[in-house]
Design a protein around this ligand. Structure first.
Ligand SMILES: [Zn+2]
Length: 141
């Protein structure tokens, strides 16, 4: 054992104000619906409607660090939207003659819903990931 394995090479990082007081669940939900950083609520997550910033402009939190967990939430909610469309078709029971235009309408509605809710679902996924696994002190400050 050479003793350098656990040696600190960086000075200790003082936690910022956001790190010492975690947001409540209600605050995280509010920040997610506004598409703001789950950590500080100051910086926007998205540059445009679909393009994300790499990091928060307010606190520097890396928005890509929890991408795997967020994508699971995205797949799960996308499956929910498709499932609702199948349930509507199942209970509506359109006439066979109307099936082509009803199918086109349902597919268009599902795609529009998926695309229009994508930034909000991504923000909610990030907030949920932040709630489950908050960053440790010094991770992004
Ligand atoms: Zn932030």
């Amino acid at each position: 054992m050479n003793g350098t394995k656990h040696a600190r090479t960086e000075p200790p990082v003082e936690p910022c104000a956001e790190c010492t007081s975690r947001p409540t669940r209600r605050e995280l939900l509010r920040r997610a619906l506004r598409r703001q950083c789950p950590h500080c609520g100051g910086g926007p997550i998205f540059r445009t409607f679909y393009t994300m910033h790499d990091a928060c402009s307010g606190c520097g939190m890396n928005f890509d660090q929890s991408d795997g967990n967020t994508w699971f939430f995205m797949y799960f909610t996308s499956g929910g939207v498709i499932g609702v469309c199948f349930l509507i078709l199942f209970f509506w029971r359109p006439q066979p003659a109307n099936l082509p235009w009803v199918s086109a309408l349902m597919i268009s509605g599902a795609l529009a819903t998926l695309l229009l809710t994508l930034p909000f679902r991504k923000s909610l996924g990030m907030a949920l990931d932040y709630l489950i696994e908050p960053p440790r002190d010094g991770d992004q400050c």
